[in-house]
Structures are given as C-alpha cells and as structure tokens.
Design a protein around this ligand. Structure first.
Ligand SMILES: [Zn+2]
Length: 408
C-alpha cells in the first residue's frame, strides 16, 4: 500500500468531514469543499472548468407545535418555508381521502399509507412516479396552510433517517414539517382541533460551483470519472460521498502524467443529494448532443466502508472493457463485482446511452433497505477504511491507462 497516498487520503477525509463543515449544496462548507478540490487537482496540472450555480441554501430554525396546550415534537422539512399558522387539524392517510378532503387553509396531517414514501421533488426529472406527482398536484391545488408529515423509516428511498422528511423540495411552496409516526398517532387524537404551528425555517439565496478537471484534447473520446461532492444536511457524509471525492483527488495525482488516447475528466458533481440536482442538470445542459463522445463513466458513491468488499458494478459495458476491469479487480483482495443499483449519478449516463461502472461498498448495496447510516450523523470518518480509497484509485487509474490501448 502506498503510504504517501494513504496519508494524503486521511488528510482529505479530515478536511471534507471535519474542517469544511456540512457540504450541502450552497452552504459555506459546500463552497469550501469545491475550493479544496480545485486547489488539490490544480497541483497536478489539471485544467479546471468552474460553473457557477444559483441555488437555495436553507436554515432549519425551530418548530413549535401545540394543540390544546399539548406540545408535539416536529422539525421543518428541508428547504421548506417557515410559517406561523393557527388552523384546524385535518388528518389524511391515503390519496383517495386527500382527493375528497377539504383542506384549504387547514393544518393537514399526512400519516399512514400516504406517508410511507418520500415524495420525489417536483422538478426531479430522472425518476418521478405518477403517484408522487398526483399527491403533489393535489396538495398544491387544495392549498393547506401547513402540512405535517408523520413518517417512519424508508431506507431505500430516503436513506437511514427516521423519521424521514416526506417533503424535501425547494420548488414546493406550502410550508411543511415532519415528525415520527408515533408522535403522529398522538396528534391524530386532536382531529378537528386548532393546531398552533410556528416554524422559523428560512430559505437563503446562495451559490455553488460545479467543477470539471480535465486532461487531454477536447476532440478526444472522454472518460468521465465522477463522485458527488455535496452531502445531505445534518451528515458529515463520510461514505456518502467524501470517499468518492477522495478517490478523485488521488486519481488527479495518479493520472497526472496521463497522455493516453482519451480525454479524462474528473467531475465532483454538486447536487446528488440536493432536490434541484443542480450540478448534474448543469452537466446535462453542457453536454447536450455530446454524450456520444463519452466512452465511459465511472461513478463512485458509497465506497470504502470498513466492512466488506469494494464493489464494481457494470451497466452496458462492452466485453473488452469488462475484461480489463475484471482483470484489475482480480489483482486485489476485498474487491469484487457487485450487483447493479440505480440510485446514483451513473444512472444519468446510462439514460443517455453511455456505458457506466459504479463503485460502491458491498455492505451498502446489500443492506440498502435496513441500514440507518446514509444521510445521518452516523456517516462519520470512523466508518471509513482509508486504505480502500487508495486501492480503488489505483485500480481505476490502471483501468483508465489500459483503456487507452483498446481501439474503439
Ligand atoms: Zn451519495
């Protein structure tokens, strides 16, 4: 194991998780993280493109919720507006009930069936089920004064947080808060009573940056190695996805002398865990009509968990590429081919017909439904095996070098 690289990786992990502060899009920590990325890759001679994004940052404030002198614990939904409301409590547990209910200017409690899943943000284009769109449209049409969501856990869709925010959408303008399903059951007893709800949450206009570090002529076929640099609010985001960014930073050094047949781009997407997916949308806009120039995407998300293997999964990968990757994997212990998973930026490339490889930790892909780490404060540097970031960077570096000799 390369000791210098391991020491650097540890330093990067500490910087991204302990020093910058939370890296949610548009936050001060997010801006520091992209500046840090720029500083490190510049040292190895990469050209940097820096796109400014107008985004929304958000301050959670606090929530006071009372009915008949009883207090309830709730928190503002991320990116929700604040509010000061006194209104009748109307509980609704499924979509038919929502269709029938009179909720204009009321305090709407969503519980049970309708609150089982986090609603996809209104303008999220990659995956947006009809049932979610219908709920959002009904809410906007019927216009309650505030929405109270009572939720449990849904790790597959909302990460490990419990309760999870049912609404997380800066484009949705009805104020909302969320609480545990247990708290919701207590609140349900006050159907028809007056709820007093005050939330000091605040939307803040801000900026963020989407970077591309590149090496090689623009006319060449491109290999895009990506890892999202943003994190959810409230998490140090060590596995999700500081380790991915660390692997990009190590690659900037390992590939500093690369002069192969392809153009290499290191892309720290800014927005994978953000309702507006702003960095990814910026990338798609810029690459309109140019996706056919992309030979391969390697996306890293959730890598270097201390337990289990590093997993490479394949999406529409041509045979010769696959053989190279499998051959490199074979040279290492604790690295294997893993199952496909859709919740990552590699999906964007697949949708545009670009072959992709995703790199993650087997433990996470196997425990997606039950783990309580993703998007919580438990996603800390202590659960990272830093040597796995170095190993992953070395493998990717070898793959990229060997792809140069393959004729397309
Ligand atoms: Zn992630």
């Amino acid at each position: 194991m390369n000791k210098t690289l391991t020491a650097k990786a540890s330093h990067y992990l500490n910087t991204l998780c302990n020093e910058t502060g939370n890296r949610s899009v548009g936050s001060p920590g997010n801006i520091k993280a992209t500046e840090f990325f720029e500083e490190i890759v510049s040292q190895s001679g990469w050209s940097i493109e820096k796109d400014r994004l107008d985004v929304m940052d958000w301050l959670p404030g606090s929530v006071i919720l009372t009915v008949n002198g009883n207090s309830f614990t709730a928190q503002a939904s991320p990116y929700s507006k604040g509010c000061s409301v006194e209104a009748e409590l109307v509980p609704v547990s499924d979509i038919d009930e929502l269709e029938a209910a009179d909720i204009e200017s009321k305090a709407l409690l969503l519980y049970g069936d309708i609150a089982k899943e986090q609603l996809m943000p209104k303008n999220f284009v990659f995956y947006n089920p009809g049932s979610h769109q219908r709920i959002v449209a009904l809410l906007e049409k019927k216009n309650p004064a505030v929405i109270i969501c009572a939720t449990g856990r849904n790790s597959a869709l909302a990460g490990g947080a419990s309760p999870f925010p049912m609404i997380e959408d800066g484009d949705f303008n009805i104020p909302s808060v969320y609480m545990t399903d247990i708290e919701g059951e207590q609140l349900l007893k006050f159907r028809g009573k007056t709820v007093k709800l005050q939330s000091t949450a605040e939307r803040v206009d801000s900026q963020a940056y989407n970077l591309t570090a590149s090496k090689g002529d623009a006319a060449l076929k491109r290999i895009i190695i990506s890892a999202h640099i943003d994190a959810k609010k409230g998490t140090p985001g060590a596995i999700d996805n500081a380790t991915g960014v660390i692997i990009l930073l190590l690659l900037s050094e390992l590939l500093s002398d690369y002069t192969g047949d392809n153009r290499i781009e290191l892309t720290p997407f800014n927005g994978e865990d953000y309702y507006g997916v702003t960095g990814q949308m910026d990338f798609i806009r810029k690459n309109d009509g140019k996706f056919s120039d992309i030979l391969l995407n390697i996306n890293i998300d959730g890598a270097a968990y201390f337990e289990g293997d590093t997993a490479f999964s394949f999406y529409e990968i041509p045979g010769p590429f696959r053989e190279i990757v499998l051959d490199e994997i074979k040279k290492h212990t604790a690295v294997s081919e893993g199952p496909q998973w859709p919740q990552g930026d590699h999906s964007i490339f697949i949708q545009y017909g670009v072959p992709a490889i995703a790199l993650s930790s087997t433990w996470f892909t196997e425990n997606m439904e039950i783990q309580d780490i993703t998007h919580t404060e438990k996603d800390r540097p202590e659960i990272v095996d830093i040597s796995k970031t170095v190993q992953a960077a070395e493998i990717i570096s070898e793959i990229v070098k060997r792809l140069s000799s393959i004729k397309q």
